[in-house]
Design a protein around this ligand. Structure first.
Ligand code: ZN
Ligand code: ZN
Length: 364
């Protein structure tokens, strides 16, 4: 077993502690990756606040970039020394959903408990969030969520591939299938919303409207491709969007915020027979109520979205190419770099909306 440093969620709402733990040895099909960069995801702020059904003690962090250190038996596709993405969504290749080409719903992610990957000095076993556990010097993960990278871009930027980039890209290209000239609204301009804005631009959307309460996030969206950035506090956001789209509403509304109200707004700011893509969940137990007329007679297509319905073996190389050709810009999304020992600073900067993606790049 490998002795590693990791940031462990011991109790909800209590600051993280850095622990030395023993990472288990890889069994067949598993890989140990030395972490070089891992973003603090806004999802983990919700997990920390007990809104995500996490089971402490758990190492949070569901995506990373790193170098393959060691492989268990039967591992194919990656070898020691490879630069890889460890993605938050597995593709087991064997479950019903993988068989029908919907690995975003893979049973390994959505039907199984998060794995026990490490042991604390007192003998307590520790889980890995998203089957990754990225806030640690090393990661133990199954090969079915590890993808070899062919890129020299900075690790801090590539580390966003396993979460925000593929989710935003997939929401636009796989789920909404935005067509050139279409009007698009993005509700919520956190890291995910900013990737949706960039993807909508690359897809050739015409009017691209971003909505967020935070002025800096609206300003960045305008730099990254939004044609309009609206403050929901300036008046009914649905009416503001309709005013920009001939009174009809947008062709495509993408929700990337989480609260029930954001879901309602996304639906109501789409036009009749338009497309609505829902990605956010603030609290797993939350419910949303919507006007029945908008759901049925008005013919909207409302589609749920996990990891952008990505097939990562196909979509990671596409996203890397878009990053390398600078059509996707990651530098403005990486708003800070942290050492693992600064995990609590990173968490508050995420939760208080000061960071888009704060990325751990040092793990000692
Ligand atoms: Zn994430
Ligand atoms: Zn599967």
């Amino acid at each position: 077993m490998l002795e590693i440093k990791s940031a462990i969620l011991e109790k909800f709402g209590v600051p993280f502690e850095i622990h030395d733990v023993s990472l288990k040895d890889p069994v067949a099909g598993e890989v140990i990756v030395r972490t070089t960069a891992a973003p603090f995801c806004s999802t983990d702020w919700l997990g920390w606040k007990a809104m995500r059904n996490k089971q402490p003690p758990v190492i949070l962090g569901h995506t990373a970039v790193g170098i393959v250190e060691h492989t268990g038996t039967g591992v194919t596709g990656v070898e020691t020394g490879d630069r890889v993405v460890v993605a938050g969504t597995p593709q087991c290749g064997e479950c019903f959903y993988c068989e029908i080409d919907r690995p975003d719903q893979c049973a390994a992610l959505l039907e199984m408990p998060e794995p026990l990957v490490a042991v604390k000095q007192d003998g307590t076993e520790v889980r890995a969030a998203g089957r990754v556990g990225a806030y640690a010097e090393y990661i133990l993960a199954n090969q079915n969520q590890i993808w070899k990278l062919e890129s020299d871009l900075p690790a801090s930027q590539l580390s966003l591939l396993g979460c925000g980039i593929t989710t935003g890209h997939g929401a636009v290209f796989n789920v909404a299938q935005v067509q050139p000239g279409q009007s698009v609204a993005v509700v919520g301009l956190g890291h995910l919303g900013q990737w949706m804005i960039q993807s909508a631009r690359v897809a050739g959307a015409g009017t691209i409207i971003g909505l967020d309460l935070v002025p800096g996030r609206r300003a960045l969206a305008l730099q990254l491709g939004a044609t309009h950035a609206l403050d929901p506090a300036d008046g009914d956001p649905v009416e503001q969007v309709k005013a920009l789209t001939g009174g009809r509403g947008v062709d495509v509304a993408l929700e990337a915020a989480g609260p029930e109200q954001a879901v309602q707004q996304a639906v109501m700011m789409s036009r009749r027979a338009g497309t609505v893509v829902l990605t956010g969940v603030q609290q797993f137990q939350a419910e949303v109520s919507l006007p029945q007329l908008a759901l049925a007679i008005q013919g909207r297509k409302i589609i749920g979205c996990q990891n952008g319905q990505s097939v990562l073996g196909r979509d990671i190389p596409r996203c890397v190419e878009l990053m390398e050709s600078e059509r996707y810009l990651a530098a403005p999304i990486v708003t800070a770099e942290y050492a693992l020992s600064e995990v609590n600073e990173a968490m508050y900067a995420s939760g208080e909306l000061r960071d888009l993606s704060g990325v751990f790049t040092s793990f000692r």
